[in-house]
Ligand binder design. Structure first.
Ligand code: NA7
Length: 540
């Protein structure tokens, strides 16, 4: 008997790339509109970022009650979290639960990468090639590839000859890695490094941390989350969700309306202390000018620097761990459990690779300009080609055969972060120029997915086969995104928000800084104005 191939017919209404939070909700939403959808996913399971980032200590820095879908009252009421901040494996379990509950897997083809896509002007459809050698056709192509998914292993000479094991946090093996009794090197002290370092320190015989830039981190004060606390939250879930959607970051932080200079020195320090004791990234909202006024920022930063000095016993190590080169919050603020304290452990060593640069990897370990470190394992916590990397790797060709990557050599160009001129019927979920990574990304994803679904519904209603962004609307949007950043302290930092971590990447501020609430209002207004800035040139 011939088994039915669920993917036999290669023509669908929409192709979605990626089966993380964004891809799953997009699939669900379009299915509700009666569309045939196919999702391609490189991994062998759902979860996206939370599928790949299964390294020890991986945890979300948005609190559990907020880092979840809001579209289904049934799901949000039923799901029970175990801790204040959700661990990676718990988020993955949640995403799997949602996929099962909504019966999403039957439209997802796993272990399949999209290798190329070309817009066909004759039919107003996308032809998409996948890693299994197939070609697929769809009216709409929707990227749900994530903002922090194109992981980067730096180009250090000698890595191929390394005799030990090496890993990148963003492509962690599914089988647990055993660090017991081993000599381990970690390169990178961003959020991932800051999470994995205390975990490895507990197991390894020796841990050497290779730090290029020290980072600001605020304690998570993670703890179990009681059922009573969750029940109380769930009573007002709808209201909390709405407030989050209208907020600047999609997170119910305590956003201060006071400037730093509005309060006395004592009051200011008490406010920092209160926020430190509460934990999490809420710290940088202690006053409303921390991201715009260098002096205010310095005061908030100095409080954290003093905390580092008080936690780390060796003053020389404390000094090396103390960030001095950037304004607090302008590189993504980290949230940790025992990060600084870990450097008091005798088995942990900190190497400042700005002072003594990392020169090569030898078969035995890592060579810096003044020492050789013998290692059994190397962990790269070296981050991502953020926001644009995953999109540029898709090899997408627009209506004139132009490649998206080539179009974006001076920085990404989008209208609302949703579409790019010359690439009709291609939507980006949390694309560059949208609030995306500055927010609780699940809230941003829901907003984008809903907008895209409504737009497609509108096209069906008015019988149009093609949508494209207008060039002037895109130019104005790119300008607006840049102008917003210029009025803040962000552009002065060598952050991945600015593309500064990838050699050769243009220095452009990638997300929209105007806040999620404001951004959502703009998107709604665009719809009310008859999809202002978009054209629907062809009929079905
Ligand atoms: P990040 O935040 O980009 O951190 C990467 C770290 O790796 C950072 O400390 C970098 O130093 C360092 N790095 C990068 N390239 C090199 C090279 N070539 N040599 C030495 N050190 C290097 O990535 P994460 O994975 O930690 O976090 C990404 C986001 O994921 C995070 O914000 C959360 O949203 C989740 P640098 O600062 O560039 O000097």
């Amino acid at each position: 008997m011939k088994t039915e191939n669920k993917f036999e017919k290669n023509a669908v209404d929409a192709i979605v790339i990626g089966a993380g939070f964004a891809g799953l909700y997009m699939l669900h939403r379009l299915r509700l509109q009666g569309m045939r959808v196919r999702v391609f996913e490189a991994g062998d399971g759902v979860g996206g970022t939370w599928y790949w980032n299964c390294y020890p200590g991986a945890r979300c820095d948005v609190e559990s009650m907020q880092y979840s879908y809001s579209f289904s009252e049934e799901i949000q009421q039923a799901w029970i979290w175990s801790e204040r901040y959700p661990r990676q494996d718990e988020i993955l379990k949640y995403i799997n639960h949602v996929a099962d509950h909504l019966d999403l897997r039957r439209d997802i083809q796993f272990n399949t990468r999209v290798t190329q896509g070309e817009f066909q002007s004759t039919s107003n459809t996308w032809n998409v090639q996948t890693s299994d050698g197939q070609t697929h056709t769809a009216r709409f192509l929707i990227t749900a590839t994530g903002c922090l998914s194109a992981s980067r292993v730096p180009d250090v000479p000698g890595l191929n000859d390394f005799k030990g094991q090496w890993f990148h946090t963003g492509q962690w093996p599914k089988k647990p890695v055993d660090f017991k009794g081993k000599r381990v090197g970690v390169i990178g002290t961003g959020s991932s490094g800051i999470q994995i370092i205390p975990m490895i320190a507990k197991e390894a015989k020796e841990l050497v941390v290779f730090q290029r830039t020290p980072n600001f981190s605020i304690p998570a004060w993670n703890r179990p989350l009681s059922i009573a606390e969750q029940d109380a939250w769930k009573l007002n879930y709808a209201e909390y969700r709405q407030r989050a959607r209208n907020s600047r970051s999609g997170i119910l932080y305590d956003y201060s309306t006071r400037a730093t200079s509005d309060v006395s020195n004592e009051e200011r320090e008490a406010e920092y202390e209160r926020r430190w004791a509460k934990g999490g990234a809420n710290y940088t909202h202690a006053f409303n000018d921390i991201f715009t006024n260098r002096e205010s920022n310095d005061l908030a930063a100095e409080f954290v620097r003093n905390k580092i000095r008080s936690i780390v016993k060796d003053p020389a190590v404390a000094d090396r761990l103390t960030p001095k080169d950037h304004a607090i919050g302008t590189k993504r603020i980290c949230v940790d459990s025992d990060y600084y304290k870990t450097f008091n452990n005798e088995n942990v060593k900190l190497v400042d690779i700005r002072a003594t640069p990392l020169e090569a990897i030898s078969p035995q370990g890592i060579q810096t300009s003044d020492a050789n470190y013998e290692l059994d394992c190397i962990v790269f916590a070296t981050g991502y080609d953020a926001v644009t990397g995953a999109l540029e790797r898709l090899n997408l060709k627009g209506e004139k055969g132009q490649n998206l990557k080539d179009e974006w050599t001076s920085g990404p160009r989008t209208y609302l972060g949703l579409m790019s001129v010359g690439f009709p019927n291609l939507f980006f979920i949390t694309g560059p120029g949208s609030p995306s990574i500055l927010t609780n990304v699940v809230v941003s994803i829901e907003q984008h997915v809903d907008w895209i679904a409504r737009c497609i519904q509108h096209m069906n209603a008015i019988q149009k086969s093609k949508i494209q962004a207008q060039a002037p609307a895109q130019e104005a949007w790119v300008q607006r995104v840049n102008d917003l950043a210029k009025n803040t302290l962000f552009p002065a930092s060598a952050s991945w928000y600015m593309g500064a971590n990838v050699p050769g990447k243009p220095r452009v501020f990638l997300p929209f800084l105007g806040g999620l609430g404001t951004y959502t209002e703009i998107c709604e207004q665009v719809i009310s104005d008859g999809y202002r800035g978009f054209d629907f040139p062809s009929s079905l």
